[in-house]
Ligand binder design. Structure first.
Ligand code: PMP
Length: 365
């Protein structure tokens, strides 16, 4: 294994190095069949085996119940922002909880297909908190309630999924889990649909995983493109149209890597360990660096932070790069820095970042 730099990109993001080696070895000839995975028919027995293995492994990893279908789609998270209302809203009411940029986009897109309203927002806090579930303004006849369970840009993460039934709300919960899928378990009793773009914890951009409860399939609006109607996708085993075959293959390798490492429980243990290390330093460094997220809303995956003296930003980034610590610049809408520490980021990478931050603060403090 080579010693690669640590890549803190928010996505597309770092992948387990062993997965990349396997993909490299398989590139010209997958398992002696004479074809690379990119070159084989999605309907041939080789790719069907790859697909079935990937689906079975992710079902096992997340303990997905039998009454949920797993769809491998295209269109990404933003695609699902339209595909979900086209399939679930029946043109009715949609309630969206806004906790940052991604749920804000979901609300705006849903408004194109349904009567979508903001049920709660953390905007007044600058997207640094989570609105108390008891304060959500849910409409009785809502077709579904949407949340983004980890806001990749703002660094806000739900620590548990809301129990809508306990609030007297029967609507299914729709969860955009793009940026923390497979880093914690999912309470399937509380959700109707979960979607996740692949390019953080799953694999390359181009695959979107959708977990959808059986009873929510088959209600698409007439305007819904056939290729995005969950029923067509489900009935055809994600092969109504040509699926993103290579991305599904890499996703399958990542799922197996997670299983070998000890599964989602181990990913969660590591995520707690890594994020605790970084947040502890951010809280105890004497004010050179700050993180503004409320402690009960802090993401284990995406950690935005600021240098108190922002004139040092460029020097910080250049020095980090020279140390092999890549892509730490914050999202342009927030500024500052952001360290994305997904499943494939080892503890040693976070330790190297903290060591660098300490050293930088020492030299410039
Ligand atoms: N939702 C979340 C939580 C995201 O982090 C992203 C991408 N960073 C998206 C949606 C949009 O994904 P895509 O660009 O693949 O449409």
């Amino acid at each position: 294994m080579t010693l690669r730099p640590y890549n803190f990109s928010a996505g597309p993001a770092t992948l387990p190095e062993s997965v990349l080696h396997t993909a490299a070895a398989d590139m010209l000839d997958w398992h002696g069949c004479g074809m690379g995975v990119m070159e084989m028919s999605h309907r041939g027995k080789e790719f069907i085996a790859i697909y079935e293995q990937a689906e079975a492994t992710v079902r096992e990893l997340l303990a997905v119940p039998a009454h949920f279908r797993i769809l491998f789609m295209q269109g990404g998270g933003l695609g699902e922002n339209a595909i979900v209302p086209m399939n679930l809203s029946r043109g009715g009411l949609v309630d969206v909880v806004v906790t940052g940029s991604w749920s804000q986009k979901s609300l705006k897109e849903a408004q194109r297909y349904a009567d979508a309203a903001c049920a709660a927002s953390n905007e007044a806090s600058g997207h640094t908190t989570l609105p108390a579930v008891a304060s959500w303004q849910l409409r009785r006849d809502a077709a579904y309630v949407h949340i983004c369970s980890n806001e990749t840009i703002h660094g806000v993460e739900f620590q548990t999924l809301p129990d809508l039934k306990a609030l007297g709300c029967e609507a299914p919960l729709v969860v955009d889990a793009s940026s923390h899928i497979l880093s914690r378990s999912i309470d399937w009793d509380r959700v109707g649909l979960v979607f996740a773009g692949a390019q953080k914890n799953i694999g390359p951009a181009g695959v979107t995983l959708v977990f959808v409860r059986d009873d929510l399939i088959g209600h698409a609006l007439p305007i819904c493109p056939s290729a995005f109607d969950y029923k067509n996708v489900a009935v055809n085993g994600s092969m109504y149209n040509t699926p993103p075959t290579y991305g599904i293959y890499i996703a399958g390798l990542v799922f197996e890597w997670i299983r070998e490492q000890g599964g989602v429980a181990e990913m969660e243990r590591r995520a707690i360990e890594k994020s605790t290390l970084l947040y502890r330093y951010l809280d105890d460094n004497g004010g050179f660096y700050v993180n503004r997220i409320a402690s009960d809303a802090r993401s284990r995956m995406n950690v935005p932070f600021f240098l108190a003296d922002e004139s040092l930003n460029e020097a910080f980034l250049a020095g980090a790069k020279a140390q092999g610590l890549l892509q730490l610049k914050g999202h342009k809408s927030v500024g500052g820095m952001r360290a994305s520490i997904y499943n494939a980021m080892p503890l040693a990478g976070v330790q190297a970042l903290v060591n660098y931050m300490q050293d930088f603060a020492h030299r410039h403090g």
